[in-house]
Ligand binder design. Structure first.
Ligand SMILES: [Zn+2]
Ligand SMILES: [Zn+2]
Length: 346
């Protein structure tokens, strides 16, 4: 099969022919439809995270079709060969301290085996094998390729909004209108939040944010973002969602209301400085949120997409052939995408 193989930090991926994997016990073979081009991959490619071994396959935002189950599978969703699925990069064990407390996104067993990130080859290939507990059926009416973005961009945004308590009437500022930021805006609309303010320095990203439902957009390169947000929300905002990689919370700490919440999902090597007085006197809640709780969040998101409450196709701006995967990451680095897919099997 064709696969984009990881070499070493700073090196481009190498498109190679490698053996198609066979599913082991409890595993399923997936024919990959599409993989998302996610900012988290850049941290791996640029050597900012512990590098995977040479030969590893990235790609953690994946959709595809079931090919076959290995031995000793339970097939809890009753899937047949050819059925479309999304692949979660969080695969909770279901039995550990965190899983039994409903915090499966912090499962240490999941942390040790994340397809495309840690321990298990990902979806930047024509086929992949994953534990069968990683897959979720795509409902009718939802395009299999577009559904890939459910398993990282939407999942991450949805969990962050839930952790911050976003619901009807919540005022929300989304800092960074990349793939996750745009998904957050769209989901916040679906959850009834208002107003929804998107902040970015890229005009195209802000235009898209407006298209997916932001009530206000602010170009921080052209205006004083803090002043502009205060104009829209004189009391401050209930929730700030900081989606940027290398978060600093500079805007967030200035615009969150007293008693409000800041939620952070961006990865990076940055350090966040918080004035202790500000934190205490204003009762600010700062929440880190990793990924999503797949067993509830993924089916909910797939249902929201199936009924049209969210439209993944709106935030997918680019589709690349596997041959152009390095170009895709370079364009991501330059902020050219909303969200991009690699199409492994049309
Ligand atoms: Zn991702
Ligand atoms: Zn667990």
């Amino acid at each position: 099969m064709k696969a984009a193989v990881y070499k070493s930090p700073g090196q481009p991926l190498e498109l190679s022919e490698i053996p198609t994997p066979t599913p082991g016990e409890g595993e399923v073979l997936i024919k990959v439809a599409a993989t998302g081009v996610c900012h988290s991959d850049l941290h791996v490619l640029d050597g900012e995270m512990i590098p995977p071994p040479e030969g590893f396959i990235l790609g953690h935002e994946v959709s595809g079709w079931v090919v076959e189950f290995g031995p000793r599978c339970e097939n809890p969703h009753g899937l047949s060969p050819g059925d479309p699925v999304v692949v979660s990069w969080i695969i909770p064990c279901g039995k550990c301290y965190w899983c039994v407390r409903g915090q499966e996104n912090y499962c240490p067993y999941a942390a040790a085996r994340m397809p495309g990130l840690v321990g298990i080859n990902g979806g930047h290939a024509e086929y992949m094998t994953v534990p069968e507990t990683a897959i979720y059926p795509i409902p009718k009416g939802l395009d299999v390729h577009n559904a890939a973005v459910i398993s990282c961009a939407y999942g991450t945004a949805y969990r962050a909004l839930k952790e911050a308590g976003v619901g009807p009437g919540t005022s929300l500022v989304v800092v960074g209108a990349g793939g996750v930021g745009l998904a957050a805006v769209e989901l916040a609309v679906a959850l009834g939040a208002y107003p929804i303010v998107a902040v970015d320095v890229r005009e195209a990203a802000l235009k898209k944010a407006q298209e997916v439902g932001a009530s206000h957009v602010i170009n921080a390169a052209e205006r004083n973002a803090i002043g502009a947000i205060r104009e829209a929300l004189p009391q401050g905002t209930d929730v700030v969602y900081e989606t940027k990689p290398n978060p600093d919370l500079k805007i967030a700490l200035e615009v969150v209301r007293r008693g409000g919440t800041i939620v952070v999902t961006g990865l990076g090597a940055s350090t966040i400085e918080i004035p202790a007085m500000h934190l205490v006197m204003n009762g600010i809640r700062i929440v880190g949120s990793l990924g999503y709780k797949p067993r509830t969040d993924i089916p909910e998101l797939l249902a929201l997409a199936a009924v049209g409450k969210i439209k993944p196709e709106k935030i997918i701006s680019h589709r690349y052939k596997p041959e152009n995967i390095n170009e895709a990451y370079n364009n991501l680095r330059q902020g050219k995408h909303h969200r991009a897919l690699i199409i492994w099997n049309p």
